[in-house]
Design a protein around this ligand. Structure first.
Ligand code: PNW
Length: 499
């Protein structure tokens, strides 16, 4: 087709839309009769929701943070240093040479920040525990003041009607483990993680009923030990990375067992994984099938081995002569049964089309013009939330899930009268939550959603320049300002609906 013809067709198309020539009959909209049909085919149950906005009655709404990103107080009350302290203090590693030394000063301001959670009408909060507050040095002796901080935090949350969900590892490895064992390159670190998990479960398990072992293997391993842009800043070759990944999932399994052995039967445990998400580029049957095949392969090193207890053949073959070293016994530990799976979902990682090749699928590239948030990796594609949860249910038959993170980074300008009209974040949320509602309305067992993040915070290598919060933070004064999205999210949490 000549470009002029293309232009003509385009113009006609636009004209047709303008005059209403392309009506409902030709556009793939859900008509009211289809909606009726959807209502009729759903079995009757209290848990199934029969409209296009509501969530199940017991659905939980919350927000999330992580220790190094908000706590600050990096030398207080006997806290040891972590690899993120070391990494952020090296000039040039972080935008504007920002560090988490003070961050949001959550260590001292947790009480007023819990009031912000309350103002949002949220009932769950996901935070992480700083390993080096609890075990600050290589002696293995716990630091009472470290655990005391989390005791106070948990008590204050419960007193305010908010259930604590604790993550044990959100990337701030004690520096002495990096120095002594090369961190995650060694199984000694996996074992140390198990011991730390046991201690935390013994001390908090009477009040914290939900634990996540590890947050986002892919990010801290591939970026920290592979690309060298996250702490500890290493660029290991693929065969060594294979071992790091294995040691990471082994640590998860050891922690699951340690938590079970050191707390009551009412304590639940899972992980928070940013799984790779295969989205069928066109939602037809053959692409959906291909995307399911792709899911197992693209998550081979983390979620697949955790939920299946084995690495896929293709994954092991990819190492040639140097596959990671592991035993059958370790695979059993890694795949210890979980109570729930937490999913961090921001964007699809793979757009998939069915293909007549060995794999059965092909990866379609993202268009250069694909929209993103202010984080250039964050493609705006709400359907990622639907497919992530749907695949995890269909492939691995997971019975309970949480969205442990989802959120948008925006420009967030504050007006002269301290208002932040983050309308892009509201649009992001409305669209992503619509896709989550689509999943729950089909019976995908998602129990709750944690918005990332309660407030702007130390966004790793981007320092304070990238903001995901519902609350804006003036880091000079530590004042918090609700964004318009905070108002939006409160409405969602209050009405249990997409608004
Ligand atoms: C996640 N990437 O990190 C983390 O769990 C949070 O700590 C973080 O603040 C949040 O998402 C927003 O970034 C990621 O470069 C960091 O693809 C980087 C990437 C993905 C996730």
């Amino acid at each position: 087709m000549k470009s002029t013809e293309f232009e003509d067709n385009r113009r006609n198309f636009i004209k047709k839309i303008a005059v209403g020539g392309l009506g409902l009959a030709t556009l793939p909209l859900i008509t009211s009769s289809q909606k009726e049909e959807k209502k009729l085919i759903l079995p009757k149950s209290d848990h199934l929701i029969l409209d296009n906005t509501s969530f199940p009655a017991d659905f939980l709404w919350g927000t999330a943070t992580a220790a190094y990103q908000v706590e600050g107080a990096y030398k207080e009350d006997g806290r040891g240093l972590s690899i993120w302290d070391t990494f952020s203090h090296i000039k040039g590693n972080i935008k504007n040479n920002d560090t988490g030394d003070v961050a949001n000063d959550f260590y001292h301001r947790y009480k007023s920040d819990i009031q912000l959670m309350k103002d949002l009408n949220t009932k769950i909060f996901r935070f992480s525990i700083s390993w080096s507050r609890i075990f600050p040095d290589a002696t293995g002796k716990p630091n009472q003041k470290g655990i005391d901080f989390y005791n106070k935090l948990v008590d204050e949350l419960l007193a305010n009607g908010i259930q604590p969900f604790a993550t044990l590892y959100h990337w701030d490895l004690p520096q002495y483990l990096q120095d002594k064992y090369k961190g995650w390159e060694s199984k000694e670190t996996s074992k140390a993680f198990g011991d730390y998990a046991a201690y935390v479960a013994r001390n908090l398990g009477d009040r914290v009923k939900n634990f996540f072992t590890i947050n986002e293997f892919r990010t801290f391993i591939e970026l920290g030990y592979g690309a060298g842009v996250f702490a500890p800043g290493l660029k290991l070759p693929e065969e060594k990375l294979g071992q790091v990944r294995h040691n990471g999932v082994l640590a998860h399994g050891l922690a699951v067992q340690a938590i079970r052995a050191n707390s009551g039967a009412d304590v639940k445990v899972g992980l928070a994984d940013n799984l790779s998400i295969a989205v069928p580029v066109i939602e037809n049957e053959k692409n959906i099938k291909a995307a399911k095949i792709a899911m197992r392969e693209i998550n081979a090193s983390y979620l697949t081995v955790i939920l299946e207890g084995k690495y896929t053949e293709n994954y092991l073959k990819s190492f040639g002569k140097n596959p990671p070293k592991f035993t059958e016994e370790e695979l059993k530990i890694i795949s210890s049964p979980l109570d729930f799976v937490g999913l961090n979902v921001y964007n699809p990682t793979h757009l998939i089309e069915a293909a007549d090749n060995k794999l059965g699928y092909e990866v379609i590239p993202f268009a250069k013009s694909f929209p993103t948030t202010t984080s250039k990796w964050e493609y705006i594609a709400p359907e990622a939330l639907y497919w992530a949860t749907k695949h995890v249910k269909d492939i691995w038959n997971v019975k309970e899930m949480y969205i442990t993170e989802n959120g948008s980074s925006s420009t967030d300008e504050r007006t002269a009268d301290n208002k932040i009209y983050d309308t892009d974040r509201i649009s992001f949320l409305r669209n992503y939550l619509t896709q989550l509602q689509r999943a729950t309305s089909e019976g995908v067992p998602v129990k709750g959603y944690f918005y990332w993040s309660l407030m702007d915070n130390f966004e790793w290598t981007s320092g304070y320049s990238i903001t995901f919060g519902l609350y804006n933070v003036d880091f000079k004064t530590q004042k918090r300002f609700p964004k318009l999205s905070a108002e939006y999210y409160k409405e969602v949490a209050t009405n249990n609906k997409v608004m």
